[in-house]
Design a binder for this molecule. Structure first.
Ligand code: PLP
Length: 411
């Protein structure tokens, strides 16, 4: 039998090949800020089934720190974090749905979710109904014996229409079906889906939660311990955990999330009102406007603000929109929301390009609709840029007509 205690060499006795591989155990102070644990794997002192952290596809201390914070924000156990919002949704669907099962979704929803269900899970034998969930009865009407999940998004991307979480959860609970709510637009600071009766909160942490356009990520939060275990198992099996680097960047972003999302909301109220007062805008969607058709639900369901996203359409439709998007100077055209900068998106050709045209038409997502994610710049500077670009776009459409639009993207 070998006696390993006899092998206790001085560093100077070891080969440089060995020294280069040694873990530098420097001891030292406890950092105030969470460290990035970049290791793929963890030392196991002996063979034991009690070991908690083994391999970073399964667990990682930096990711675990983020999961604890996200869980705490919803009075829930640690969340399960993924490489992106869509990876989180994929894990949820894999955990709860099998061939022959049925899912009900709100029809006003992020385009990537539509693509995932219509083009991927339908091929695996999952049946789906997209319904107008602004009326909860529409959900009740399509629930069947094989319905295994109801998935809604509120406020919806990009039309901002709302779903009544409390009313819908009464329906899902009476059927024993879990209700998942994509809460990406409001974050746990402004809306608490589980307090309103939902079972799972879904996040693209890529957006407001990280808040600086620097790290992709997704998260699922639930108080159902069995589901948490199943989600971790799916994540381990599919290899979709968030990277430690992105978890660390997201953790840093979360520290200012309450401040940012409240400020985004304050700026958005100012901007939405100014846009709504301009007769050249034919639609302005924002839950904080008195004219918003579901303002009563917004007041009941949101707490302390309505988020930073607005959508609107300028007279003249798609051509004017293209000219407007080209004319802005401070605001930036990107496929993203929730950052410190003010961002513009053309949903019909970007985030929702893969959604069937009839579904887009049903939710009022017209080719001319613009999505505005209000940043932290002075709202008066943002408005000056928006109105200057609207002036250019409207004048060009009137003088040049509806000919060749100045847009880079095809609808
Ligand atoms: N949910 C919503 C509401 C989104 O807007 C997005 C992306 O834009 C996603 C989910 C997907 O998130 P990710 O881009 O992190 O995969």
């Amino acid at each position: 039998m070998s006696d390993s205690s006899r092998f206790n060499p001085e560093i100077s006795d070891l080969s440089p090949h060995t020294v280069a591989c040694l873990k530098p155990d420097i001891g030292g102070p406890t950092p105030l800020v969470e460290s990035i644990c970049q290791s793929t794997t963890y030392v196991q002192k002996e063979l034991s089934s009690e070991v908690t952290c083994t391999y970073s596809r399964v667990d990682n201390p930096t990711v675990a720190a983020l999961e604890t914070t996200l869980g705490r924000l919803e009075n829930a156990p640690p969340a399960v974090c993924f490489s992106s919002g869509l990876a989180a949704e994929t894990a949820l669907f894999l955990a709860l749905l099998r061939a022959g099962d049925h899912i009900v979704l709100s029809q006003a929803i992020y385009g990537g979710t539509v693509r995932l269900i219509r083009e991927l899970f339908s091929g695996l034998g999952v049946e789906a109904d997209f319904v107008d969930a602004t009326d909860p009865d529409n959900i009740a009407r399509v629930i069947r014996h094989n319905t295994k999940l109801v998935f809604i998004e509120t406020p919806a991307n990009p039309t901002l229409c709302l779903n009544d979480i409390e009313a819908i959860s009464e329906i899902t609970q009476s059927h024993g079906i879990p209700l998942a709510v994509d809460n990406t637009f409001l974050t746990p600071v402004l809306q608490q889906p589980m307090e309103l009766g939902a079972d799972i909160s879904v996040y693209s942490t890529t957006k407001h939660i990280e808040g600086h356009s620097a790290a992709l990520g997704g998260a699922l939060v639930t108080r159902d311990e069995d589901l948490l275990e199943r989600l971790r198992w799916v994540r381990k099996s599919t290899g979709t955990i968030q990277t430690p680097q992105n978890a660390w960047v997201t953790l840093r972003g979360i520290k200012t999330l309450p401040l940012r999302i409240q400020q985004h909301s304050r700026h958005a109220v100012v901007i939405a009102h100014a846009l709504a007062d301009d007769p050249r805008l034919i639609t302005v969607n924002y839950p904080g406007l008195e004219s918003f058709p579901q303002s009563e639900l917004a007041a009941r369901q949101h707490r302390g603000g309505h988020g930073g996203v607005i959508s609107f359409e300028i007279e003249g439709g798609y051509e004017t929109t293209c000219r407007f998007l080209k004319a802005v100077k401070l605001c930036t055209l990107v496929e993203h929301i929730g950052s410190v900068e003010t961002l513009l998106t053309h949903p019909a050709s970007m985030t929702h390009a893969d959604v069937p045209r009839d579904q887009l038409a049903a939710v009022g997502l017209t080719p001319g609709l613009v999505r505005l994610s209000v940043g932290l710049e002075d709202p008066h500077d943002i408005l000056a840029d928006l109105f200057a670009a609207i002036d250019v776009a409207v004048v060009e459409t009137h003088t040049i007509g509806k000919g060749e639009p100045a847009c880079v993207n095809a609808v």
